[in-house]
Ligand binder design. Structure first.
Ligand code: NAD
Length: 291
């Protein structure tokens, strides 16, 4: 069993990005600048945004964090987005999701200029992705592709079962892995909450991408020997032995699944850190495309 080490791989990617930034600076070119908008004080969202800002500093990017109160109106948020769209120094920006209930998330996603949409959530980027055209790939699926590629996990002709059909993970993952590309060329089944006999499908899978958000859902009896497991899930589960009062759990029951796996991502330290690295990669690309 080989651990797909997202922590190490993302560090390697950050070193590569830092080197590119150094070169840009030597050549007198623009320093990449990522902005993030955070609405409210949701604990997990604050942690994610802080990690993203820290990662920017690490690779030599400029970063701007815009923190807005929970009660911010949709109009005010859309105004902030427009300011970032028009700010030439900002190469890319993200609006941390989820947003408070009174804000229409889709409206917000569509307000971001697709050329600055480094999360890859805008319909233009999603459409371009589906058509195999140059675009910003959504960071989590992009990170998974990169991890599979760097560990040379064979995907061509393999049966991939993606569990979950969300717009940010499951759906794009299923599209990307079915495409003619590196870490692609697979035969993909996408499963969701209405799928019947999921176990019959997962038992046939060469690769399983678990992205449903139910802690330790996928157990050893649901997978075949030699399977590759990508665990996207991150859920805070109460744990009195931890100082924080919780631990992070994936969607995979690691103890029973890992002995049967050829490759497996841990949680934490698997897909999570890769997501941040690929957001930086998209921002670097956005900056390079501008000049
Ligand atoms: P979501 O909640 O938007 O969607 C969950 C999907 O799982 C739905 O499509 C649903 O149909 C499916 N599902 C629910 N119950 C199911 C069941 N019993 N059987 C089969 N399918 C079922 O999820 P999301 O936003 O894609 O997130 C999924 C998980 O991944 C969450 O734990 C989230 O925190 C995590 N996540 C991690 C990263 C990362 O960087 N590592 C990024 C995004 C999301």
């Amino acid at each position: 069993m080989i651990i797909l080490d997202g922590k190490k791989t993302s560090s390697d990617i950050k070193v590569e990005i830092a080197e590119s930034v150094k070169q840009l600076k030597i050549q007198g070119k623009k320093t990449p600048h990522l902005a993030a908008i955070l609405v409210g004080t949701d604990g997990a969202s604050m942690t994610y945004v802080t990690s993203k800002v820290k990662a920017c500093e690490l690779v030599g990017f400029n970063s701007t964090l815009i923190e807005l109160p929970e009660e911010t109106s949709e109009e005010k948020l859309l105004n902030e987005i427009e300011k970032l769209n028009n700010n030439n120094d900002i190469d890319g920006f993200i609006v941390q999701l989820p947003l408070p209930k009174h804000i229409d998330e889709q409206k917000v996603v569509e307000a971001v200029n697709p050329t600055k949409d480094v999360d890859g959530f805008h319909p233009t980027n999603v459409g371009r992705m589906a058509l195999d055209l140059p675009c910003f790939l959504p960071a989590t699926p992009y990170g998974i592709l990169e991890l599979l590629e760097r560990y040379q996990v064979e995907t061509q002709g393999k049966h991939v079962v993606v569990i979950g059909r969300s717009h940010i993970v499951g759906r794009p993952m299923s599209i990307l892995m079915s495409q003619k590309r590196k870490a692609g060329d697979a035969t993909v089944t996408i499963a969701h909450s209405r799928t019947k006999n999921l176990k019959e499908l997962t038992l046939q899978a060469d690769i399983i991408v678990a992205a449903l958000g139910i802690p330790e859902f996928l157990t050893g009896d649901m997978v075949k020997q030699g399977v590759t497991i990508i665990d996207v899930g991150i859920t805070r589960v109460g744990d009195a032995t931890k100082k924080s009062g919780y631990r992070l759990a994936g969607d995979v029951h690691f103890e029973s699944v890992s002995p049967k796996s050829a490759f497996i991502t841990p949680v934490p330290g698997g897909v999570g850190p890769m997501t941040i690295a690929m957001l930086l990669k998209n921002t670097l690309l956005a900056c390079e495309l501008k000049v």
